[in-house]
Design a protein around this ligand. Structure first.
Ligand SMILES: [Zn+2]
Length: 149
């Protein structure tokens, strides 16, 4: 995996955006999408960045839940210094919720997750018999059709 970027100029621009082109207008995106398709170097970097974003969100979610569970445990067993422990647990939960929010707002991770969900939902949808498909709520249909990946 030590291959170099095939187009340094485009590669540098992509690196500046952390390989995130999800916020670009579709007509501007073409060249960059093509480069990502052709350049293994940039593609692997893009994958790495998205893996970090999604990994961070998972870690933050798990940590927030753990602190929430700790808070519940302190409430349930009410040991000595219960108030201090409760405050620590709440602060931890709040901290990781904020981390989660920052990652979600600052990175395209939610877009990536939504796209993956959409692709899978579409596959399942295509396999459904048409009688069931017609009965799906309109919101679902819109979600499956919308194509701003
Ligand atoms: Zn490249």
């Amino acid at each position: 995996m030590s291959n170099l970027c095939t187009d340094k100029v485009v590669g540098d621009i992509l690196a500046g955006w952390r390989y995130d082109i999800s916020s670009l207008a579709p007509e501007m995106r073409g060249d960059y999408e093509q480069h990502l398709a052709e350049c293994a170097h940039c593609r692997s970097h893009q994958f790495g960045h998205r893996a970090i974003d999604i990994g961070l969100m998972i870690v933050a979610s798990v940590s927030a839940v753990m602190f929430l569970v700790a808070f519940g445990a302190v409430r349930h067993y009410s040991p000595r210094h219960a108030l201090v422990l409760e405050l620590i647990a709440l602060a931890g939960c709040l901290f990781f919720s904020v981390v989660w929010l920052i990652v979600a707002v600052a990175t395209p991770a939610p877009v990536v997750v939504a796209d993956v969900a959409r692709i899978h939902a579409r596959k399942i949808h295509d396999r459904l018999p048409s009688q069931i498909r017609e009965r799906l709520p309109e919101g679902t249909q819109e979600f499956l059709k919308s194509d701003h990946s």
